[in-house]
Design a protein around this ligand. Structure first.
Ligand SMILES: [Zn+2]
Length: 184
């Protein structure tokens, strides 16, 4: 049997084949990681919904659709998590470099620190109209366009928790900070 070394051409072909294989495999691997992170946060949002329902029931706001105070929504998520004795780690977004402080989640109903600028009446009207379909909490961290989060001119991919407890991954053009982005 004659043994011979690889020629340069054969080596180049082998390297090109490997490069193509890596280029195909790498995005698949990355999207698998992204997918598993989305799944983690979908589960976290379901848990947050259960916690919010318990919190509201504790303060007599269950089954109410309207103002933040009437609904007995927690003023802050961190406050509710402490109140119910839950762990912070289990109740926040799993993606590093999150956009929003502490939990990584955006709360769509007005919080007390919004003061006079809090859209209290707007929320009450929106929630009375959309009821279980009203958007409650958003996870903006998995958006491939999160660097352009304020841009109304790109498509965003955001995970949302609705008042009724549904969690949806929505891919849509426009401004996900606007409540109605979630409803039309
Ligand atoms: Zn997340």
């Amino acid at each position: 049997m004659i043994r011979r070394a690889f020629t340069v051409v054969e080596l180049l072909i082998a390297m090109a084949v490997l490069a193509i294989a890596a280029a195909i495999a790498f995005p698949v691997y990355r999207s698998a990681v992204a997918k598993s992170r989305e799944t983690t946060c979908i589960n976290t949002l379901h848990q947050l919904h259960s916690a919010i329902e318990i919190y509201r029931a504790n303060y007599g706001g269950e089954g109410v659709y309207g103002g933040v105070t009437e609904m007995r929504l927690p003023p802050y998520l961190i406050w509710m998590i402490r109140d119910l004795g839950l762990t912070h780690a289990a109740m926040r977004c799993c993606v590093p470099g999150r956009i929003h402080p502490w939990s990584g989640f955006t709360v769509f109903y007005p919080s007390p620190d919004m003061g006079a600028n809090g859209d209290w009446k707007g929320w009450a009207k929106y929630c009375s109209e959309y009821r279980d379909q009203a958007i409650l909490i958003g996870d903006f961290n998995h958006d491939p366009n999160k660097d352009l989060i304020d841009s109304p001119f790109v498509t965003h991919r955001i995970i949302g928790l609705y008042v009724g407890g549904q969690v949806k991954v929505k891919t849509k053009f426009g401004q996900p900070q606007m409540r109605l982005w979630w409803n039309d």
